[in-house]
Design a binder for this molecule. Structure first.
Ligand code: PCA
Length: 323
């Protein structure tokens, strides 16, 4: 009897360890706050994959830059330090201009146009990621980008010498064109940068201003609607290749759902965020005609610069978008 129980126990233990060997856990670094809709959406995506694979592939999100800061997430996933991650892709436009296609000022300024642009750029973005040892899963836009400032801004002259928080090369270039002083800061460090005077203005969506409670330092939000940048979720290619086909299918299915859900959330929350800024004492307004036309002139310069950098591939994307 004892022997039989022992044999059963051994068999049970073996099957447990066999399952354990099959089951995989992937850590998913996220740069933005746990309560931000991108992070909540990623947590739902992770649960979807875990459920669909019956726990064979468990994905665990780490929001707020807690596992890797925003600036380190892409490299971490490229090198397999994490198997999956989410990153503001335009922050990598210095590596490949195609990553900056979503941040060309005044090219695509509405959700619909931003979707159209992303469809036009899709193959090229995926190819760029592939060359970086990454597999594209899904992307979700931020709401349209506006200008945050401490003091009233009626024209670009009012921005001269201001310390400006940049999050990618497009925002840094705007700072340069406007005679501001750019400093690259992740959203997770934004509140502190404003509180200590390291930054006094920035371009972002209502979402990030709301998340970071920037009304504690800044008083003005101009709803410029300059572009809609994206967070992209990607997987390390070697980790991807090692997955069973059904797990790969689960990741892509859940990714497609996440793209649609995230887009709907972004649209739904756009006004809520701007109202939130106003309710907390900020002046929220459209930019003056002067400011708008000056920023549009920067947009023209930056479109030409982007096209010069991105060559034929870039031109093909813009042509497809304009069709
Ligand atoms: N929020 C992010 C990127 C764009 C946005 O709306 C940020 O400010 O870091």
């Amino acid at each position: 009897m004892k022997k039989i129980v022992g044999a059963f126990a051994t068999a049970a233990m073996l099957s447990v360890s066999a399952n354990a060997a099959l089951a995989e856990k992937w850590d998913m670094p996220l740069a933005y706050a746990a309560t931000n809709y991108h992070s909540e959406n990623a947590a739902e995506f992770a649960k979807c994959v875990t459920d669909k694979t019956g726990g064979k592939l468990e994905i665990v999100t780490h929001p707020g830059g807690s596992l890797f800061g925003g600036n380190d997430i892409k490299r971490a996933v490229m090198t397999g330090q994490a198997n999956i991650g989410e990153r503001l892709i335009s922050a990598h436009a210095n590596e490949n201009p195609i990553y900056g296609v979503d941040s060309i000022p005044f090219l695509a300024t509405s959700f619909d146009d931003s979707e159209k642009l992303w469809r036009a750029a899709g193959d090229k973005v995926q190819a760029a990621l592939d060359a970086d040892n990454l597999v594209y899963v899904y992307a979700v836009p931020w709401p349209p980008q506006g200008l945050y400032a401490k003091n009233e801004v009626n024209s670009v002259a009012d921005l001269k010498g201001v310390k400006f928080r940049a999050y990618n090369s497009a925002t840094a270039r705007i700072a340069e064109l406007a005679g501001m002083v750019p400093v690259q800061i992740e959203a997770a460090e934004l509140s502190q940068a404003l509180a200590t005077g390291v930054a006094e203005a920035f371009v972002s969506s209502g979402s990030t201003g709301y998340d970071r409670k920037v009304w504690e330092q800044l008083k003005y939000f101009y709803d410029v609607q300059a572009w809609l940048p994206r967070n992209v979720v990607f997987v390390n290619k070697d980790a991807w290749s090692a997955l069973e086909p059904d797990a790969q299918g689960a990741v892509m299915d859940c990714g497609q759902e996440a793209a649609a859900r995230g887009l709907a959330k972004a649209k739904e929350l756009t006004d809520f965020y701007i109202k939130g800024l106003a309710e907390n004492g900020m002046t929220t307004a459209a930019p003056s005609d002067t400011l708008k036309s000056e920023l549009q002139a920067f947009g023209k310069t930056m479109t030409d610069e982007w096209l010069a950098q991105a060559g034929d591939a870039g031109k093909a994307v813009i042509d497809a978008y304009n069709q």
